[in-house]
Write a protein that binds this ligand. Structure first.
Ligand SMILES: Nc1nc2c(ncn2[C@@H]2O[C@H](COP(=O)(O)OP(=O)(O)OP(=O)(O)O)[C@@H](O)[C@H]2O)c(=O)[nH]1
Length: 534
């Protein structure tokens, strides 16, 4: 009998967050190397390139040199199974990133030693804070000159508002980089340039008192190090598991991802202390990870991952129980049983058919539009996982066709993009317009590109007089009907058929809110349970 509790306990599911260019991809690759998931440095970049070659719309990503897609990579490390969820790199994809972060149990923040805390890091940190996600920090590119480590910790503490507990400490930096000291174990890991470090071939001293250390790093460096360590240990916090788990303290590591230096201490510490899958809230009750029955939620939908099969893959995070290939699961929103045939796991080496999965794992379910973001699957119980919202978009465009005969395709394309969360789309009650909403402007380019590449539709997006939207809720049918009648000009339906107020201006929205105190104007919509079936 498989032991769900034991399987859940050994899982670590996390995402890497960083400002573009800090080294997220490079670090991912090194982590996979340690997991034995890939054999050679360069494979992740290679894989990225291979994906570009086969997937059309990802050309856009390539042209712009940014990552707009997320993926899931699973690898074993020691007794642990690690699931790494990649987050899209660009700011315009914040919504997607947000949803990925709802599916992880912790995060790893990468900071460039020379640049310190950057704008995107601040935003991502805000998202993590909303859910008190525990965060570890890796300060990267130590082989280059950067900011003073003590100042960097200070910057993280003041700008990001989280306490730092250094776990490793650098010995020098840039050309003078000699290694790192592990402040918990006392070990010294030497930096020997040009070697692709793994635990077996890097030189490790048991402590800074090892007589050979002086010969390796020099008397002056050693004496400087002793002084600095004294200062650091006096001035900074020591690691506190509870504070870390509560999202109030971040353990900090220093290293150089490209040289695979300082990565292993991070990974070892991570699997030891990062949380395994935790209990999760639903509309019904709290679901514990070690319950025997399967439950999970969909946090992402991706179309056309493989151009040969024009399917859509729903990414489901398993929250409890055990998934077994071919099993039937209850799709809570539609109230129907669904056979989860040919579900995918995401072994870093490739996509594979999933034989089984446990809490913390992500499986990919093929579907043709029946599954939406936020949907819950159970073994029959009626509850929906909460906290996976859609955000009210801030930017709007009217879609106009160059060829009016393609209206059907346009609608279909927009519906599917909307379902994926790539953009949101609205139909005003009083006109035939199709209005696109986005949280970031790049989403329009992606939408136009994909409409053309995948649906053969040449659409242009032009300005439209909408400045913000709100989902409308009202407990009284009568009031709602009255509101509908009086405001028909400013109302529309979203892709799921939900009533939405399309406000021409902020002032107009404010007036409407004041005039209709019984009507709720929601800026986010919980993705699943408010959505009608079908
Ligand atoms: N000197 C130095 N360069 C590094 C290090 N780690 C990564 N880089 C370089 O920094 C650049 C950005 O690294 P990536 O891993 O692509 O960064 P990213 O954060 O994934 O970037 P996005 O895909 O834009 O999000 C690349 O040129 C890397 O080779 C390091 O430890 N030292």
């Amino acid at each position: 009998m498989p032991d769900v509790a034991a399987e859940a306990r050994r899982r670590r599911t996390f995402a890497i967050i960083s400002h573009p260019d800090a080294g997220k991809t490079t670090l991912t690759e090194k982590l996979l190397l340690f997991g034995g998931a890939i054999q050679m440095a360069g494979s992740v970049k290679g894989r990225k390139a291979a994906r570009h070659a086969t997937s059309d719309w990802m050309k856009l990503e390539q042209e712009r040199g940014i990552s707009v897609t997320s993926s899931v990579m699973q690898f074993p490390y020691g007794d642990h199974i690690v699931n790494l969820l990649d987050t899209p790199g660009h700011a315009d994809f914040g919504e997607d990133t947000y949803r990925v972060l709802t599916a992880v149990d912790s995060a790893l923040m990468v900071i460039d030693v020379a640049k310190g805390v950057e704008e995107r890091t601040i935003k991502l940190m805000e998202v993590c804070r909303m859910r008190d996600t525990p965060i570890m920090t890796f300060i990267n590119k130590l082989d280059r000159e950067g900011k003073d480590p003590i100042e960097l910790l200070d910057e993280v503490e003041t700008v990001l508002g989280i306490q730092c507990a250094p776990v490793t400490w650098p010995i020098g930096m840039g050309k003078r980089l000699k290694g790192v000291v592990h402040l918990v174990s006392g070990e010294v890991h030497l930096y020997e340039q040009g070697r692709n470090f793994t635990r077996q071939d890097s030189t490790i001293f048991a402590s800074i008192d090892d007589p050979q250390l002086e010969a390796r790093i020099g008397a002056q460096m050693l004496s400087e190090l002793r002084d600095e360590l004294e200062l650091v240990q006096g001035a900074s916090h020591s690691f506190d598991l509870d504070e870390y788990r509560a999202g109030r303290q971040t353990p900090v590591f220093f290293g150089s991802a490209v040289n695979n230096f300082g990565v292993q201490p991070l990974l070892d510490f991570f699997v030891r202390h990062a949380p395994s899958p935790q209990s999760r809230e639903t509309t019904g009750r709290v679901v514990a990870a070690d319950e025997p029955r399967l439950s999970g939620f969909v946090f992402k939908i991706q179309a056309n991952m493989d151009p040969q099969h024009r399917d859509r893959v729903a990414f489901m995070r398993v929250c409890s129980g055990r998934f077994e290939a071919g099993m039937k699961a209850f799709h809570v929103r539609t109230g129907k049983e669904m056979k989860l045939a040919n579900a995918l796991t995401f072994m870093a080496s490739d996509r594979e058919i999933a034989a089984e999965a446990y809490p913390g794992d992500v499986i990919g379910i093929h579907n043709h539009g029946t599954i939406s973001i936020g949907d819950t699957f159970t073994e029959g119980e009626q509850f929906t996982f909460t906290g996976i919202p859609n955000f009210a978009p801030e930017l709007f465009r009217r879609a106009r066709l160059r060829d009016p005969l393609k209206l059907k395709q346009l609608q279909k394309g927009l519906e599917q993009l909307s379902e994926e969360g790539a953009t949101q789309f609205f139909r005003p009650l009083m006109s035939n317009d199709l209005i696109l909403g986005a949280v970031g402007v790049l989403q329009f380019d992606v939408a136009a590109y994909r409409l053309k590449a995948e649906y053969g539709v040449d659409a242009i997006f032009e300005p439209v007089g909408v400045s913000t939207t709100r989902w409308i809720r009202c407990d009284s049918e009568k009031k709602l009907e009255e509101f509908r009648e009086k405001n028909a000009m400013n109302l529309g339906l979203d892709a799921a058929g939900e009533l939405v107020y399309l406000a021409p201006s902020r002032v107009n929205l404010q007036l409407a809110q004041e005039r209709w105190p019984d009507v709720r104007f929601d800026a986010t919509r919980e993705a699943a349970h408010t959505r009608p079936a079908g």
